[in-house]
Write a protein that binds this ligand. Structure first.
Ligand code: Q46
Ligand code: ZN
Ligand code: ZN
Length: 305
């Protein structure tokens, strides 16, 4: 027998096994936006929020949901996109983010790394010989924090989902990376403006890629169809694939693993690393020699040119 929506009895378009919940289109959209709203309310995030938008389904759905929520909450989302210089993938991403932000009337801040830093991601990868996604992650984190800080934002929202958080933990468990397990992945990180560190909120932390994709489809949100050419080689994607089997056995296993390890992290409560100002860029770093990972990468790129 076809499943029916728990709230109105109409034919369901999705069954969320982790919650044993069937929903029609209207109630799924409501459920999705409510989950985002609750995370913002829980952490008292309000006012201007810089939303890091890559053009993928997670961040584009986040931007749209925040725009809708801004009609009923005291939040004001701005879109932020970084053109990473990864060939056609970056050109398509920028164009989709540009047109979507314009369509839903959200101010877009654009950052082109070739123009601002003088190098594209492929160029930095070539000269440093480091794994592309590790390079890209360091560069993006630094840029997002710097632009948010200099533009006066207290919070940045990113499109991390439960697949990302649980895979981070799974990989850390499989590689005995105890420090990453205890440090965790969090739905919220407090701003520390005194050390130029902007707060982070991940409103889709407990939503899955599948839910984000469905929300995007139901709202006709455009997304970049082409994957980043580096994504297939990233080890994290291979760990992600392992969840298909585990979720089949236990549909709430991703959420449970994430919650368990976060709880463990709180119980053990490791000392927060001391942050120092990087002596090159002035942004915070944990590094003892006071040179942040971003400046180290850029220095290596310039030297190896
Ligand atoms: S853009 Fe950058 Fe991703 Fe491409 S290089 Fe890797 S991290 S896969 S989200
Ligand atoms: Zn319904
Ligand atoms: Zn630096």
């Amino acid at each position: 027998m076809p499943r029916r929506c728990k709230y109105c009895g109409k034919p369901a378009i999705i069954h969320l096994r982790y919650a044993n919940l069937s929903l029609c289109e209207e109630h799924f959209k409501q459920y999705y936006e409510n989950r985002i709203r609750k995370i913002l309310e829980k952490h008292k995030v309000r006012g201007d929020i810089l939303v890091a938008v890559s053009g993928g389904k997670d961040s584009m759905s986040l931007l749209y949901a925040l725009k809708r929520l801004s009609l009923m909450m005291d939040i004001n989302p701005y879109a932020f996109h970084i053109n990473l210089g990864i060939g056609e993938y970056s050109e398509m991403s920028e164009s989709i983010v540009r047109s979507f932000s314009r369509d839903i009337r959200i101010t877009l801040i654009l950052y082109n790394i070739k123009e601002e830093l003088g190098f594209t991601i492929p160029e930095i990868v070539m000269s440093t010989k480091r794994p592309p996604c590790a390079v890209c992650g360091i560069i993006k984190r630094w840029i997002i924090n710097k632009v948010a800080y200099e533009s006066g934002f207290e919070y940045v929202a990113t499109g991390h989902n439960i697949d990302d958080a649980s895979t981070y933990f799974l990989k850390a468990l499989m590689t005995q990376d105890i420090y990453s397990i205890l440090r965790g992945q969090h739905e919220f990180l407090q701003p520390k403006m005194e050390v130029r560190l902007v707060g982070r909120i991940r409103p889709q932390f407990y939503l899955s890629e599948r839910e984000n994709m469905l929300y995007a489809q139901l709202n006709n949100i455009p997304v970049v169809e082409r994957p980043c050419p580096y994504s297939a080689s990233a080890p994290i994607h291979r760990y992600k694939a392992a969840w298909d089997t585990l979720l089949d056995i236990n549909p709430i296993s991703q959420i449970n693993l994430t919650r368990t390890l976060l709880r463990l992290g709180r119980m053990i409560n490791i000392k927060e690393p001391e942050l120092r100002a990087c002596k090159i860029c002035g942004y915070p770093t944990e590094s003892r020699d006071s040179i942040c990972a971003f400046c180290r990468l850029l220095r290596k790129t310039t030297t190896n040119r």
